[in-house]
Design a protein around this ligand. Structure first.
Ligand SMILES: Cc1cc2nc3c(=O)[nH]c(=O)nc-3n(C[C@H](O)[C@H](O)[C@H](O)COP(=O)(O)O)c2cc1C
Length: 197
């Protein structure tokens, strides 16, 4: 697919057909995720790819899906045939930036105004979201309000932080769901500054 079209077509989709995602597509999506940049090439991002139905159900429970359903929303996480959880490791960056070609001992005085692990996690997410569209599939992202339960279900160590759940599948044609109230995309003139703010 043309890159511009991939960008334009990307939307968060929250309703899916119960059709499995082809393994080759999933492999290419994972491959794209691993091409994301990382500060110092620390590569502190990892992925958990979940296709097991029971595990997806447990993730949906950790996200209180039933509460949403009781409030009239359709099931989302439990229906999506694939979940991908991007995780980041702060430790990986601290270790990397302690190396001699980076900050070495000066690291201990560094105040991470921009914590690079979150930046890199977002870059990985975007790579996945775009690769999904390129495969003719759809993806959504659900942030978590209960990371303790999500981490427990996924069995991640204490030092590893999941960002939330990316859902992947064939989008339902009638998906009208919106995670947030509908608002207009900000105009370029209000958003982009040239040469200075
Ligand atoms: C960090 C982040 C967290 C989000 N969390 C949720 C969420 O918990 N539930 C949801 O329905 N959508 C969530 N979204 C999706 C946004 O609502 C969506 O990206 C935004 O409304 C713009 O729509 P679009 O991505 O389809 O263009 C999240 C997006 C981001 C980037």
């Amino acid at each position: 697919m043309d890159f511009g079209e991939v960008i334009r077509r990307r939307r968060m989709i929250r309703q899916y057909l119960d059709t499995p995602v082809p393994t080759e597509s999933l492999d290419r999506i994972v491959d794209a995720a691993l091409r994301a940049p990382s500060a110092g090439f620390a590569q502190g991002q990892s992925l958990i790819v979940i296709t097991d139905r029971d595990q997806r159900e447990r993730i949906a429970q950790a996200a209180n899906e039933q509460d949403y359903v009781d409030r009239g929303y359709p099931r989302w996480l439990s229906v999506a045939p694939v979940h991908v959880v991007v995780t980041v490791s702060e430790e990986a960056y601290l270790d990397r930036y302690r190396e001699s070609d980076k900050l070495g001992p000066d690291l201990d005085t560094l105040d991470w105004d921009v914590p690079y692990w979150w930046v890199d996690g977002g870059a990985t997410m975007m790579a996945i979201l775009l690769a999904v569209v390129n495969e003719g599939l759809a993806a959504g992202f659900q942030g978590s309000h209960n990371f303790d339960d999500l981490s427990a279900v996924l069995g991640v160590p204490d030092t590893i932080m999941p960002l939330g759940v990316i859902t992947i599948g064939f989008g339902a044609a009638d998906d009208q769901s919106r995670g947030s109230a509908r608002r207009d995309r900000r105009l370029q003139a209000d958003t982009v500054h040239y040469d200075r703010w």
